[in-house]
Design a protein around this ligand. Structure first.
Ligand SMILES: [Zn+2]
Length: 107
């Protein structure tokens, strides 16, 4: 492996970017298909402007089961319009990742 001459021992830092667009999400999750998503908003069925794209998880009861559902939303207003998550699950829409804590089971 070639070694760069007189290279700094410190890797260059990357600019901190606030995730939020489909392109950011595609990079963060290494899922390039997200970048080309043309699906409508899961809430209002309207088109999604990549600059205002929001993607969140919500736990909802579907028949007798509670399912984790991934929401593609066109705006924060549509995320706020989501129904209340199922009782005993994460109480609001969230972006996933290891920091998300499920509530303690009741039994
Ligand atoms: Zn919407």
């Amino acid at each position: 492996m070639p070694v760069a001459p007189a290279a700094s021992p410190f890797a260059a830092t990357q600019p901190v970017r606030r995730p939020g667009t489909a392109a950011d999400l595609a990079r963060a999750t290494k899922n390039p298909t997200l970048e080309q998503t043309s699906a409508p908003c899961s809430v209002c069925d309207g088109p999604i402007d990549p600059a205002r794209f929001r993607q969140v998880w919500i736990s909802l009861r579907v028949a007798t089961d509670v399912l984790p559902l991934l929401v593609n939303a066109c705006s924060t207003a549509c995320v706020e319009a989501l129904p209340e998550p199922a009782d005993g699950y994460v109480a609001n829409p969230h972006q996933g990742g290891p920091a998300v804590q499920q509530p303690e089971p009741r039994w």
